[in-house]
Design a protein around this ligand. Structure first.
Ligand code: M6R
Length: 615
């Protein structure tokens, strides 16, 4: 949540900052601002809303400089107003600061600062931090790089909460200071220029050499170098990493929206999730990142999967997939509830946290709580440099490439692919025979083609979307592993088109939901040809008897659904452990095309942000 970009070098900072902010807009888009330092003074420009509004403001009121910090905001403390937009300044007006995170003790600190004569101009927690740094700087004997770093250190020692920050001071013109705790910050290394950003996508067009800062680290950037130290005052080592993707991976390419691009990437992303992980010879999956021997895996007698939003739906689907393949009991937990619920975890429980971004605050807290209890806790992440990826005891990377659209799509199908690999691995250690393992591998190798064939249904789904786009309420129904797919379909529709939608197990219909059925309430049934197909048909009949319109997702070749449903989308046949990966794709497309039809901002739905780094 919130995005930070900072630049120091010999080029004009403004285009770097604006371009970086546009790439970070998925992290928040309530307001934006820049502070640029030139000739000993700092000019600030802010605007409510998108980066485009900020760019317009700057066009009317130009600003330039070779040193600058910038921010795109997702509001936590204080309304969406220009006053609350970052950067915020101290009482001298010469120090400016941008912040991602939440200062939990800001009220107390604010009251103390007011008593000491400070005046506040916003309702944000961030402004407190700016005043604290400014006050510490005022009190320092010298006015140089060292004293600015020391002032930041002194302020950070007083705050409780999370921060990724970037600070400039007009009295120390050749330096930008950054620091992190709980909110990501990456340093980009260029030739006589340096960058700071919340995410590499903001700077990858300029450099692919980066240092991912750790919690409690402070960095002082200059055009020609950088120094990293810790909040406690010691020095800190660092490792330069090479970013694997290039700027084109974070562009929309030929697609009008990231979401559509990412839906279309799925044949490749499911392939990449499996790449190098299937052994035909041993008829199993190889997941070296788990850091566990087969005998350790054999001892696992329970699995807990935790995640939020779409990652939670993938966990629910994973429960069906892993249990059916490995016969190990699996439980799912909302990561946001995990640490407060205090669930009993037996000794041989293996916990996984699932997160595309690897930065979701609730999921990170679940990881830490599970580890605190002494459990080996593994991560399933997409972002390889993320906090969850770094703090977990091992895990599996999705290798899906950057996911920018706020609505998660390709990360979901990558997660399901990984659960199938896990099911195969754990099943082969237990009861699956060599030939069953080989059969599964043969099926999995067909998956990218099946995904591509499902995406070819796009124009049919788009036409159905047009037909139902004006509905005010949508129901999604499925059974077994397709029940969480129904939940995911409802979530996709809600978040990008703002249509009220809910998902249920099909049989739950008659226990209450059926009261919602009207001629204007479409029901979408996921009803592939499986063991519960006939049961789904009965539920569809119940809806049709009450004149409810029904859209069904069925299996290619099916004729029964066409006789009773208003619209039918037929997906390729696949084994039960792969079928959810296919059935979710028409739901992603349906949500996408309904949102487009309604003129919604698909990639940046209201009130949301891609990476939820606050609790
Ligand atoms: O980065 P994560 O996978 O941890 O994100 C979890 C959720 O915030 C995320 O899936 C959210 O629900 C998406 N907007 C759903 O499309």
């Amino acid at each position: 949540m919130c995005g930070i970009v900072a630049y120091i070098g010999s080029s004009n900072a403004l285009p770097v900052l604006l371009d970086g902010l546009r790439r970070l807009e998925y992290r928040g888009y309530d307001s934006a601002g820049v502070a640029l330092l030139q000739s000993g003074r700092i000019d600030v420009r802010k605007a409510v809303g998108r980066i485009a509004n900020l760019a317009e403001e700057i066009e009317k009121n130009p600003v330039s400089g070779q040193i600058g910090i910038s921010h795109t905001r997702w509001a936590t403390h204080g309304a969406v107003t220009r006053e609350n937009a970052h950067p915020h300044s101290d009482r001298s007006g010469r120090l400016h600061l941008v912040h991602n995170g939440v200062i939990e003790n800001y009220q107390t600190l604010r009251e103390q600062l007011i008593e000491r004569g400070h005046e506040f101009h916003s309702q944000t927690d961030t402004e407190v931090l700016a005043h604290l740094v400014g006050e510490a700087f005022e009190q320092s004997a010298t006015q140089d790089k060292g004293s600015l770093v020391e002032a930041v250190r002194s302020a950070l020692r007083q705050v409780i909460g999370t921060y990724g920050i970037s600070v400039v001071h007009a009295d120390v013109p050749g330096v930008i200071v950054g620091a992190r705790r709980g909110s990501p910050l990456v340093l980009g290394i260029g030739k006589d220029e340096h960058f700071l950003a919340s995410d590499v996508s903001a700077i990858v067009a300029h450099t692919r050499d980066v240092v991912y800062l750790n919690d409690y680290e402070i960095v002082a950037l200059q055009a020609e170098g950088f120094e990293i130290s810790t909040v406690s005052g010691g020095g800190a080592g660092f490792q330069i990493s090479r970013v694997e993707f290039d700027a084109s991976s974070v562009d929309k390419g030929k697609y009008p929206h990231y979401m559509l691009k990412e839906i279309h990437e799925q044949p490749n992303t499911v392939r990449d999730a499996m790449r190098g992980r299937l052994s035909l010879e041993e008829a199993t999956a190889k997941l070296g990142g788990l850091n566990m021997t087969n005998s350790e895996l054999r001892a696992v007698d329970r699995i807990v999967l935790a995640g939020c939003g779409t990652a939670f739906h993938s966990a629910m689907t994973g429960e069906y997939i892993i249990e059916s393949l490995s016969h190990i009991p699996v439980e799912c937990e909302f990561a946001s509830e995990f640490r407060y619920r205090n669930i009993p975890l037996q000794r041989d429980t293996l916990a996984f946290v699932i997160s595309q971004s690897g930065e979701t605050a609730d999921t990170l807290a679940a990881l830490r709580e599970s580890q605190r209890k002494g459990h080996r806790t593994l991560g399933i992440c997409n972002n390889v440099a993320s906090t969850i990826a770094r703090e977990s005891d091992g895990g599996v990377y999705m290798h899906a490439g950057p996911e920018i659209g706020v609505a998660a799509t390709k990360s979901f199908t990558s997660q399901l692919t990984i659960f199938t690999l896990l099911g195969l691995l754990l099943g082969r250690i237990r009861h699956l025979s060599h030939s069953e393992g080989r059969d599964m591998i043969a099926q999995m190798e067909k998956l990218p083609d099946l995904v591509a064939r499902t995406i070819e249904l796009e124009s049919q789904v788009a036409a159905i979307a047009k037909k139902y786009a004006q509905a005010k309420n949508f129901l999604f129904m499925g059974r077994q592993a397709h029940y969480p797919i129904a939940l995911e379909g409802a979530l996709k529709l809600k978040e990008i088109s703002y249509i009220s939608a809910s998902g249920y197990p099909s049989a739950e219909l008659k226990h209450g939901v059926i009261a919602l059925i009207t001629e204007d309430t479409p029901s979408l049934f996921i009803a592939p040809r499986d063991a519960v197909f006939e049961k789904n048909i009965s539920n569809i009949e119940e809806v049709k008897a009450r004149k409810g319109p029904v859209i069904a997702i069925g299996t290619e070749g099916d004729t029964a659904l066409k006789k009773i449903c208003d619209d039918v989308i037929l997906i390729p046949d696949a084994p039960h452990y792969l079928s959810p990966i296919l059935s979710v794709i028409p739901l992603q497309l349906l949500a996408y095309y309904i949102a487009v039809e309604l003129g919604c901002d698909v990639d940046k739905p209201r009130n949301l942000a891609k990476s939820v780094t606050v609790e």
